[in-house]
Design a protein around this ligand. Structure first.
Ligand code: GDP
Length: 534
């Protein structure tokens, strides 16, 4: 368990002003639209899609978007930084497709909070629920935005009830919607006693905000028709009676979520949400690591790789490793220790995905995300420090739930295929297993769509048509235990043994029964469904 209180009051101001978060939502709820509005209020910015590795021609954002469009899904986790008032926001984008992937999990290891966006007409949908559960595993604070209030939506109490019940979290209204659908006027800001009125004529306009002296203020009647005002007063009275009031510590503990209502497309409610992130969102948090936790205000720099993006330009084989800064004040050109290899690495071209023309990150603080162009030295889960042998923990690698064999369309190209597969394994896009017996590879993924994505990327980026085909195996488990025992086990089960791209031993099987049997027959062995990346 992390000690969240340890960094609370006395962080250096540069660190204390940072808010690093991700948006979780079901496809179509409005994540993209909300992100755009964040950027609008945060000033112009650049996205990770513009990242330029050394020597590469500059890619424009639209090129990058085209690439994503061609692939049909968002394959990158972009990181975006922008200022909002006195705060620096770092927004880490979770992969946009509906299929489930480890990327999403790992993205959530790099943030301190999540914004949960739900569609006011649909409530908590399946993908939201899944992502929420991941956030809960880490006790991430969650702020909720109920979007599309300009459309017919559900009753406000129903929405709140549904979140409380399905997600088992206390919900406290930060604002209260006035009407809905065509009659939606705006919100009453319960935290600051203001009336926020939506302007339907200008979608990019920030809502008019009127100071109100409590619900009995006659000013309300100037802006809200009588029937709606009566309803608003009744609802707020009920809400104040039935729903918990905002407890900032409970929000930080992840047991309570404040909810704002709005319409991202009309820029409505977005600024209030951003104020909420600034006020109630957590500062950069301590990071769990071995042999000790890393506090954000430590003088020395430490950070970890949570994402590797390869082939941002198909003509080059460069990769960008996304590093979450866990502590210290990083300056460009610093020499850091790559803990896994114990080798020094000069970080001379770090990229910050930031406003202004500056692409190189001259500096970064705990909480920031920087991109480090490299040729494959940096892998997911790697820790960089100023020398201390710390290893950030908690970045999982999951046992794939779906396995398929893969073959190059042209058998002469098997070597090329191996290279492509290794690259995707490194990116964390798939698990690649080389069986002990026989030729070929088995690829494992968490969601079925990933096979298609892989096939199209291998073709696009390596010019290599491939075929996925059914495998006799359905599960993979990493084998841990004393070496002699592992050797004994692998020798008698050769047909089921493979190595993953890190060279670790994996047991492939079709039946849970097999797994149970191995655990019974080899009590010293442990078969695990996850392995921490290291
Ligand atoms: P994402 O899949 O979560 O990224 O969702 P998008 O931001 O792409 O939005 C999905 C659709 O909902 C798009 O057609 C948006 O224009 C629309 N949309 C987003 N926000 C709102 C809103 O506040 N009101 C209405 N009526 N439509 C919205």
């Amino acid at each position: 368990m992390l000690d969240r209180s340890s960094n609370a009051p006395d962080l250096p101001p540069e660190i204390a002003r940072r808010r690093t978060f991700a948006i979780i939502s079901h496809p179509d709820a409005g994540k993209t639209t909300l992100t755009e509005k964040f950027l609008l209020y945060g000033g112009a910015i650049q996205m990770a899609g513009q990242v330029r590795a050394k020597g590469e021609a500059r890619r424009t954002r639209s090129d990058f978007m085209k690439m994503e469009q061609d692939r049909g899904i968002s394959v990158s986790a972009s990181a975006m930084s922008f200022d909002f008032g006195a705060h620096r926001f770092n927004l880490v984008d979770t992969p946009g497709h509906s299929d489930f992937s480890e990327d999403t999990y790992r993205t959530l290891t790099a943030v301190d909070a999540a914004i949960m966006v739900i569609d006011g007409a649909k409530g908590v949908e399946s993908q939201t629920q899944k992502l929420f559960e991941v956030c809960r595993l880490r006790d991430l604070p969650i702020l909720t935005f109920c979007n599309k209030m300009d459309r017919e939506s559900r009753d406000t109490f129903d929405i709140i009830d549904e979140i409380q019940e399905n997600l088992a979290i206390d919900v406290t209204p930060a604002s209260w919607p006035i009407g809905m659908g065509r009659d939606f006027l705006g919100c009453y800001d319960l935290l600051r006693d203001r009336l926020e009125l939506m302007d339907r004529a200008d979608r990019n306009k920030i809502a008019e905000s009127i100071r109100i002296d409590g619900l009995d203020d006659p000013k309300l009647a100037e802006h809200i028709p009588e029937a709606q005002l009566e309803q608003l007063k009744e609802e707020i009275e009920m809400a104040r009676e039935l729903l918990p009031t905002l407890d900032p510590q409970a929000v930080l503990d992840g047991t309570m979520t404040p909810i704002w209502f709005g319409s991202a497309i009309n820029s409505f409610g977005v600024k209030e949400l951003m104020d909420g992130i600034a006020t109630y969102g957590p500062e950069p948090q301590p990071q769990s690591a071995e042999p000790r936790q890393i506090a954000p205000d430590e003088k020395k720099v430490a950070g970890f790789v949570f994402k590797v993006q390869a082939n941002m330009d198909p003509k080059h084989r460069d990769r960008v490793a996304f590093l979450r800064m866990a502590s210290g004040h990083f300056k460009r050109g610093m020499k850091l220790t790559h803990v896994r290899s114990k080798k020094p690495m000069a970080i001379s071209n770090p990229v910050l995905f930031l406003a202004s023309d500056r692409e190189l990150a001259e500096e970064a603080w705990a909480g920031d995300i920087i991109g480090i162009p490299n040729h494959g030295q940096l892998r997911i889960g790697d820790t960089l420090t100023e020398g201390e042998a710390l290893r950030v923990t908690g970045i999982p690698s999951f046992a794939p739930e779906l396995l398929q064999g893969v073959r190059a369309g042209d058998p002469m190209k098997a070597k090329h295929l191996e290279k492509a597969l290794m690259q995707f394994a490194e990116e964390g896009a798939a698990k690649v297993f080389k069986p002990m017996i026989g030729s070929g590879f088995i690829v494992g993924v968490v969601g079925a769509l990933q096979f298609e994505v892989l096939a199209s990327r291998i073709e696009l980026e390596y010019g290599l048509p491939v075929r996925f085909e059914p495998s006799q195996f359905t599960s993979a488990r990493w084998v841990h235990g004393p070496k002699a025992e592992v050797d004994k086990f692998t020798n008698v089960n050769k047909g089921h043994i493979a190595t993953d791209n890190d060279g670790d031993t994996v047991y492939l099987t079709r039946l849970q029964w097999d797994i149970d049997r191995v655990e019974r027959d080899y009590p010293e062995l442990k078969l695990s469904a996850t392995k921490e990346m290291m």
